[in-house]
Design a protein around this ligand. Structure first.
Ligand SMILES: [Zn+2]
Length: 286
């Protein structure tokens, strides 16, 4: 996970682009103009609630005035995400805002989608709100699906608002000494945190399937690590292995919840592993 700046687009402008692309003879234009103020008023409301970690208080809707849920969702699908949509430039800018295309929800996958942080199926009136649109990888987007928060503790990490959730480490890795040896990830949020924040990071971990994506990357890395550790251990013993693992950990200490930092931390701290336990790592499949 990592934080991103808010998109530099106002919903007023995005909505105008979408409505402008609809034929003026279409009755939908009049019906959208009738609810335009409500859609625009969602922006400061969303901003305040997200800033205060209270997005669970945003009201879910099935329609807005005489505009149906399907028509609200079509604003996004026809004019924002559609390749030739009138507001496609906004979609592209939001999607491309992730440095190196790295997904801000997991810091593993490549950005492939724009995700509705609060799903458009439950909040159709937020379908074109830039603050609700976040770049995401396919795995996070697919795993998150249409989940939404019914309590404050159920809010997942929002890259535009939740940098405060990244200041301390809340993901832990442990070694599973079975055959083959693997690393397993779990959540251990700081107990000094407000209970809501502890619940939020646990919810994010589950909702985005981080146990799976972190485990997949870490265990693939474990296999390639085996020979390297053996070469260090032969002349330098456990101390050389531990020093190498700590150096790798420290090279990622600017991101304490990255799979790399958590992974190398767990390996370096395991006396059995550094004393030769690493030999239990499965050999690579050729
Ligand atoms: Zn992701």
């Amino acid at each position: 996970m990592y934080a991103l700046s808010k998109p530099a687009f106002a919903v007023t402008d995005v909505l105008a682009m979408c409505i402008g692309a609809i034929s003026t003879s279409d009755d939908l234009v009049n019906r959208l103009n009738a609810v335009k103020n409500t859609i625009e008023a969602n922006e400061p409301l969303y901003d305040t609630h997200a800033t205060n970690s209270l997005l669970n208080l945003i009201v879910r809707r099935t329609d807005l005035g005489s505009v149906t849920k399907a028509e609200l969702i079509a604003l996004y699908e026809d004019h924002l995400s559609a390749t030739r949509g009138a507001a496609r430039a906004v979609y592209d800018a939001i999607k491309n805002a992730a440095p190196n295309k790295l997904c801000p929800l997991c810091s593993i996958g490549s950005v492939a989608h724009v995700d509705h942080h609060l799903p458009k199926s439950r909040y159709p009136d937020l379908s074109v709100l830039p603050l609700n649109l976040v770049p995401a990888c396919h795995f996070c987007n697919d795993t998150k699906k249409a989940r939404f928060p019914t309590t404050a503790g159920e809010q997942t990490f929002h890259p535009y608002y939740d940098a405060h959730l990244l200041t301390q480490r809340w993901i832990t890795a442990t070694l599973d000494y079975g055959a083959p040896l693997v690393v397993v990830f779990s959540v251990t949020a700081p107990t000094s945190w407000p209970l809501t924040d502890q619940q939020r990071v646990a919810r994010h971990f589950t909702t985005c399937g981080l146990g799976i994506s972190f485990g997949t990357n870490a265990n693939a890395n474990l296999v390639s690590l085996k020979r390297r550790l053996q070469r260090l251990h032969d002349p330098g013993g456990a101390a050389a292995v531990k020093a190498y693992l700590e150096e790798e950990r420290d090279s990622h200490d600017d991101k304490p919840n990255s799979w790399q930092h958590v992974f190398f931390q767990a390996l370096a701290a395991d006396d059995w592993f550094v004393n030769g336990g690493f030999a239990q790592i499965a050999d690579p499949q050729l």
